[in-house]
Design a protein around this ligand. Structure first.
Ligand SMILES: [Zn+2]
Length: 390
């Protein structure tokens, strides 16, 4: 298999993009304002359980943890049908001295593997003795989705139901689904009380490949500062959609954005170092760790785009792609054709704009209405798109 050049790729969204795109198009998605809030002080509660040698907490205040040390804990999430709990893994690197408190997360979608590896690689590089501040990592937030390598959280409400956890934030501890309650518990008792700045890592989705980029509302100064410290090929400057974890943080006054690390299901070992380097740059900038900045957007000559132009599938049939992720394209360029089961060409898809291929369908079949491409572009957004979520 031909090795992809990370410089020719940029991050893209899993099908989060679809939602974000639609809302940006209809101008509904830009309502998030950073509202400075003070999270209520919460106490650390140990349940008394120990799993695999790790203490279990049902709420956490990192102020209660010993400084100059890494702590490995399980957070007790929502219960399953059997009465047991979904536990999530928490690593707290608490610096010897006080400073900013960062939270980095992965596993909100269960088929996104590179974010987990990225978060663990970052935590591995942190030396608490020289840290001023705290970095908390939560690697496996949507545990039941991760157990079956799928995007959505399975539950048994009315037969098997699949819920996209990244439409649930900030959740509701008394909500009408386990995923809503789990989000509420995690957000209220773990993330919100311990975070000044946050980064929520994602990838493309099963069936929809993505390039490598960051998504964030660059009108927020801290979000802009953090994004500009990543040597990614592209940034999509977008406020995104209520229900995403990064926007729940933003609504709570905590700057946050989402890096997208390539495709789902497998480790992008050639791309992960870009995001480790960018995140370490962020920690250096906010003086959590000492050191000289590595490569940033200046080195990567990052393209910052506001618009993602979609191309939707119009027919049922088999897709043949003529472009690659991250490829620069021009108006009128043939991007794909589609054949029916007789081999007849039933559709041809051409680019309406200049831009870069940010995402494209990776499954060879497609039904009408599926997203086939997203093109990051300076072109105006297309209007009159159908209303759908994910
Ligand atoms: Zn995701």
């Amino acid at each position: 298999m031909k090795k992809r050049n990370p410089q020719n790729r940029f991050a893209f969204v899993h099908s989060l993009l679809i939602t974000v795109l639609f809302l940006s198009v209809v101008n509904l998605g830009c309502a998030q304002k950073s509202i400075p809030t003070t999270a209520p002080r919460i106490s650390t509660v140990y349940t008394g359980d120990i799993i695999n040698g790790k203490k279990v907490v049902s709420s956490l205040n990192t102020d209660d943890l010993e400084a100059g040390k890494k702590h490995l804990l399980y957070f007790q999430g929502v219960q399953m049908s059997t009465g047991q709990h979904w536990y999530v893994s928490v690593i707290v690197a608490k610096g010897a001295k006080p400073g900013k408190r960062f939270t980095i997360t992965s596993g909100v979608h269960g088929d996104e593997m590179s974010p987990i590896h990225t978060v663990l690689a970052i935590m591995d590089q942190l030396n608490v003795a020289e840290m001023s501040g705290t970095v908390m990592a939560v690697t496996d937030i949507a545990r039941p989705a991760l157990e079956s390598m799928q995007r959505r959280w399975p539950s048994s409400g009315r037969g098997t139901e699949l819920s996209d956890m990244n439409r649930e934030w900030p959740g509701n501890e008394n909500g009408f689904s386990p995923v809503s309650r789990h989000a509420g518990l995690v957000f209220n008792r773990l993330l919100l009380p311990n975070t000044d700045l946050a980064i929520d890592f994602h990838t493309g989705a099963t069936g929809l490949d993505a390039a490598v980029f960051n998504i964030g509302d660059m009108s927020n100064e801290d979000v802009k500062t953090m994004n500009m410290l990543y040597p990614v090929q592209m940034i999509w400057d977008n406020a995104a959609y209520p229900g995403l974890l990064h926007n729940a943080y933003m609504d709570a006054g905590i700057p946050c954005f989402t890096p997208e690390i390539g495709v789902a299901r497998r480790l992008e070992l050639d791309l992960i170092p870009i995001f480790v380097e960018g995140t370490m740059n962020v920690f250096k900038h906010y003086r959590v760790i000492p050191g000289v900045l590595g490569r940033t957007t200046k080195d990567a000559k990052t393209y910052i785009g506001k618009n993602a132009v979609p191309i939707f599938v119009t027919q049922g049939g088999f897709i043949e792609l003529f472009v690659k992720i991250g490829e620069k394209i021009v108006p009128g360029q043939k991007l794909a054709i589609q054949r029916n089961a007789f081999g007849e060409i039933v559709a041809e898809y051409n680019s309406p704009v200049n831009g870069l291929i940010a995402g494209m369908r990776s499954d060879a079949t497609a039904e009408p209405g599926h997203a086939l491409f997203f093109i990051l572009s300076d072109a105006s957004p297309v209007t009159g798109l159908p209303s759908f979520v994910d």
